[in-house]
Design a protein around this ligand. Sequence first.
Ligand SMILES: Cc1ncc(C[n+]2csc(CCOP(=O)(O)OP(=O)(O)O)c2C)c(N)n1
Length: 629
Amino acid sequence: MMEKEYKYLGKINSPKDLKELSQEEMNPLCAEIRECIIDTVNKNGGHLASNLGAVELSVAIHRVFDAPKDHVIFDVGHQSYTHKILTGRFDRFDTLRAQGGISGFTNRAESEYDCFGAGHSSTSVSAGLGFAEADRLSGSDAYTVVVLGDGAFTGGMIHEALNNCDRNLRLIIILNENEMSISKNIGKFAQSISNLRKKSGYFKAKRATASFVKKIPLIGKGLFTLMYRAKKALKNLMYGSNYFEDMGLYYLGPADGNNYDDVESLLKMAKNAGESVLVHLKTQKGKGYTPAEENPGEYHGVSASGKKSDTNFSLEFGKKLTAMADGDENICAITAAMSYGTGLECFKEAHKSRFFDVGIAEEHAVTFAAGLAANGKKPVVAVYSTFLQRAYDQILHDVALQNLPVVFCIDRAGFNGADGATHHGIFDVAMLSQVKNIKTYTPVSYAGLRASLESALSDNVPSAIRYPSGSECDELVKVFYTDENFADVSIKTDFSVADKPKNIIITHGRIAGECLKAEKILKDEGIDVGIVLCEYISPYASLAEEIMKRFDGFSPENIFFVEEEIRSGGFGENLSVALKNKSAFENSAYHIIAAEDAFVKQTADLTYAQASGVDFKSIAEKIREKNAK
Ligand SMILES: Cc1ncc(C[n+]2csc(CCOP(=O)(O)OP(=O)(O)O)c2C)c(N)n1
């Protein structure tokens, strides 16, 4: 339940209620929505600046169109907060991104108004085209409205979809241009959108003419449309056609996307156009909140209020890579529009010419890195685990097959609670296990991360270093690190081999912290356990060999692989097969504790780790059960 009283929002339960308000009430309503978003995001975290820019356009969509019959699709879904507030979720909006609460992205399971879920960028036009074609096939007169930012346009899928777009659809694509992705937008396409707007330069003049013409009795609206088309023809004559028109879309705009009346009239025109339309709006990212207006990149995503630590894996990675690049001019850093999130801002400052932000284009980032590597450079691709999924074929076909020394620094490995299912980093281990010549490091500490980078950049093979969000776990460092093994990328234990504990957990990454808690519970119950922590996992054959050498004589019935990823094709499955190949034991004899279901649901009571059975209590229970037999 929202604590604060709002004059309008308390009365809007669906777009129908919104339509009952007068035109004059739209500006105060937009101000109220902004207030609600700022208050909530400052508490819960979330995408602040993007949502503040998209308020007017979201309100206008729900006034002009008829959702859920008409389909409204948001690219990424990170800017859909106004849409959520207006479509029956205002009273639960205080649970935004909280455990079991409202998702920070669109989600089909959450509301019939979220007709297509997202979280990853640049899918909206393909999905919208699917909706519009389905409506045409079934004879429906529903509209499909797609909202996407100029950042999303740097993703190739958008252009693949536009290339495939039919003119005769009830499809309206709204380009929300704010000149920003998370950082300043890059690339030729962003430049050409901005040129398009600057060349036509007609915000003010157009508004004055339009309101004058529209007021002419009876013929005003028709005349306005006629004039608009004539003006467009003239513009094309003067400047040449634009990209969208070349793609077969009717182009409307540009208009000031934070001017409510302008947006509403343009959307009405788009609705009546009778063909597929692109509406070009210029908005201000962070509109209405001074810190976000002044610094939209920093305020793109805001963390939940509460204690924050000074450093984290991403920043430590950025610092170390920058320092290494000081002494090695072949090192290059590549990001797909995530220089803030992956900690590359300092590299960008220090080594501008060797820093490449390629836009939201992970596939291109990987093949571009392969090209750099093939021509003598040492490319490091910093990417979130979940977004690396986009580039599976590029890893296989362009990097691994040619055995090129590209280093993947895979951030946000494991569950990422507040962002939800679309952002978990639980597939990369299985994905990379298909790539036999890649070396995968799994540091649990900043020292381990630094050592992994040193090792990966000195090897002449493809490698991956995966680490979680947030900071290192002090307890893991205390238990597993000694003065001798501090800078090793190695297998570490919390027992001495001579002690021969009855049960052994073999694990990697952040979940080792849960294993330590499970071990404590079991030891208190008299069940003997030791933990083997692997700071590299593949090639699995080498890891298996090392494990066999050091822990000869342990029985597989008492070996438990624990991992914070999906089981299928993951660490446990691969390592048990590799161990079987070197011993007399069947791989089925080992136990694997991992996420069985890739799309597990978080609830108010259960975290993702609990729902997946990989939290400390579930780990302890599974080991206890086997010991009782
Ligand atoms: C495939 C993929 N890569 C990276 C991201 C991270 N990401 C979320 S929003 C965003 C920027 C989107 O920019 P834009 O479409 O212009 O929207 P804006 O926030 O500026 O309104 C990025 C890079 C993502 N969601 N998906």
